[in-house]
Design a protein around this ligand. Structure first.
Ligand SMILES: [Mg+2]
Length: 362
C-alpha cells in the first residue's frame, strides 16, 4: 500500500523567463514570463511540484503570500485533494477563493496529485486512469499584435516542431487591420495549417458581430474570447450568429463558472486553465461537464501538465503549446510532428533545472 503522505512545507520561488517570441495581446504585451515554481514537500520525503504563470511579477509575489497562508491551514494534513481543497475553500471563504487565491489553491491541488502519482510510482496520466498518447498541439507562442510583414515572418518560424496549427492575436484598432493580419498569416502558411484567433476580450458584442461576420470567410479554427469573458449571454448570441466556432474558458474560476457557461450555451468550444479551474481536481470535474455537454475541451497554458489531462478528457481537443517554462524545466515538453505526449516520468514530470532557476530568479 502507498504510504500516507502528509504536508510538511510549501516552497515557492519566482522566476522571470525571457520569451523567445514576445506576445502583444489586445490587453498587454508580455516579454518575459513571470513564473512561480512550487514545491510541496511531504513527510514521506516525496515532493509534488508545479509552476504557475502569474501574468505579471506582482502576481507571483501575491500567490507566494497566499501559499504561505494556505500552508498554515493544511500543514500536517494527509494529501487528499478533496479534503485539502475543502479545507482551503473554508479557510479563504470570507476573502473569496478567486483571483490570486484561486491560482494558489489550484497549484496546491496540482502539487498534491503530482506527489500522489509519484508515491504510487505512476505517471500522472496513468494515475488518472488513462494512457500515454499523442495530443494535437497548436503553437501559441508569438503572433501578437504587430505589422503584417512581421506576422508572416513569425508564422513560418512557428511551424518548427511540425506544428500544423498556430494562434494569432486579434483586436487591432480597426476591422481592416484584423483582416490584414489574418490574411498575412494565411498567405505565409501552407493551406492545411489551422489558424486559431484570440481577441482577449477586446470587443463589444456589436463589434464582435461585425468583425466575426467579416472573418467568416477566412476559415478560422476558432475565435477566442471576443468579448468580456463572463458575459455568457453575449457570448451565446455571438456563438449562435457566427458559423466560426467561439472558444472561451481560460477565465473560468472553478467548475461552477463552466456549469454556468454551458447552461448559457456561451461557446462551441471551451478551454479551462488548469490554474483557475481548480487544479487537477477542478479539471477532472470540468472534463466531465464537457463530456456531458459534448463540448470539445482544450487546454490553456501549462502544456506539461495539461497533456496528461487532455489524454484523460473524453472530449479532449487541442493542447495550447507555449515554451515559456521550457528554460527552467529539467525535461522540457517535446513537440513531435505538432503533437505532444504526456511525460514519461513518475507524476506530472515537472522538475526544475536548478541552474536555470538560479539564473532567472527574481
Ligand atoms: Mg486566450
Amino acid at each position: 500500500m502507498a504510504p500516507v503522505l502528509t504536508i510538511r512545507s510549501i516552497r515557492s520561488r519566482a522566476v522571470s523567463v525571457p520569451l523567445r517570441f514576445a506576445l502583444g495581446t489586445s490587453a498587454q504585451t508580455v516579454r518575459t514570463a513571470p513564473l512561480l515554481l512550487v514545491d510541496l514537500e511531504t513527510d514521506g520525503g516525496i515532493t509534488g511540484r508545479t509552476y504557475l504563470f502569474c501574468y505579471m511579477p506582482m502576481g507571483a509575489a501575491l500567490v507566494a503570500r497566499v501559499l504561505e497562508e494556505a500552508l498554515g491551514a493544511i500543514k500536517g494534513h494527509a494529501i487528499e485533494p478533496t479534503k485539502i481543497g475543502a479545507r482551503l475553500a473554508r479557510h479563504f471563504r470570507l476573502l473569496a477563493a478567486s483571483g490570486v487565491v484561486a491560482l494558489a489553491l489550484s497549484a496546491i491541488d496540482v502539487a498534491c496529485w503530482d506527489a500522489m502519482a509519484i508515491a504510487a510510482g505512476k505517471r500522472l496520466v496513468e494515475f488518472l486512469g488513462g494512457k500515454r498518447k499523442t495530443i494535437p498541439a497548436y503553437n501559441s507562442n508569438g503572433l501578437g499584435l504587430m505589422a503584417p510583414e512581421k506576422l508572416a515572418d513569425e508564422a513560418e518560424k512557428l511551424l518548427e516542431g511540425g506544428f500544423r496549427a498556430v494562434k494569432l492575436r486579434l483586436g487591432y484598432a480597426t476591422l481592416a487591420e484584423d483582416l490584414a493580419a489574418v490574411r498575412a498569416v494565411r498567405k505565409a502558411l501552407p493551406d492545411d495549417v489551422s489558424i486559431m484567433t484570440d481577441y482577449n476580450q477586446a470587443l463589444t458584442v456589436d463589434e464582435a458581430f461585425e468583425r466575426g461576420r467579416a472573418l467568416e470567410r477566412e476559415g478560422l479554427a476558432w475565435i477566442e474570447e471576443p468579448i468580456e469573458h463572463d458575459n455568457y449571454a453575449g457570448c451565446a448570441r455571438i456563438a449562435r450568429e457566427l458559423a466560426t466556432p467561439i472558444q472561451i474558458g481560460e477565465n473560468f474560476v472553478g467548475p461552477n463558472a463552466m456549469t454556468a457557461a454551458i447552461a448559457a450555451q456561451a461557446a462551441d468550444y471551451m478551454m479551462p486553465d488548469l490554474m483557475r479551474i481548480g487544479g487537477v481536481s477542478g479539471w477532472m470535474r470540468a472534463a466531465s461537464l464537457a463530456a456531458a455537454a459534448k463540448i470539445p475541451l482544450s487546454s490553456h497554458l501549462l502544456p506539461e501538465v495539461s497533456a496528461a489531462l487532455l489524454a484523460v478528457s473524453p472530449t479532449g481537443h487541442w493542447l495550447e503549446y507555449v515554451d515559456w517554462a521550457a528554460a527552467i524545466l529539467a525535461e522540457p515538453l517535446r513537440v513531435v510532428n505538432g503533437t505532444v505526449t504526456p511525460p514519461d516520468a513518475p507524476g506530472s514530470g515537472v522538475n526544475w533545472n536548478e541552474e536555470a532557476v538560479a539564473r532567472y530568479g527574481i
